[in-house]
Design a protein around this ligand. Structure first.
Ligand SMILES: [Zn+2]
Length: 84
């Protein structure tokens, strides 16, 4: 299957592929480039503030799947400490 990028660099991922991987609108995907390929991977766990899936260390609510990365957690902790 060949697809064309539009002038903003967007390409539609076929619904069949999205359904197969359980990707819904507004879900996040990790985009990487390696060995001449662009790779999209569904990301289920990501930082609620910056969106990274790296260095996730703090989950606020498991049921809601709200996570913070190491860096954002430090920012939040610093903010809270300085409010007192
Ligand atoms: Zn973060």
């Amino acid at each position: 299957m060949n697809k064309a990028f539009d002038y903003l660099g967007r390409v539609t991922i076929p619904k069949e592929f999205r359904d197969r991987l359980g990707i819904s609108p507004e879900d996040k995907v990790r985009v990487t480039c390696a060995n001449g390929k662009i790779i999209l991977e569904p990301v289920k766990n990501f930082c609620a503030l910056c969106g990274t899936s790296d260095s996730l260390i703090y989950t606020l609510y498991d049921k809601r799947n709200i996570n913070l990365c190491d860096e954002c957690l430090k920012v939040v902790q610093n903010y809270v400490a300085n409010r007192r």
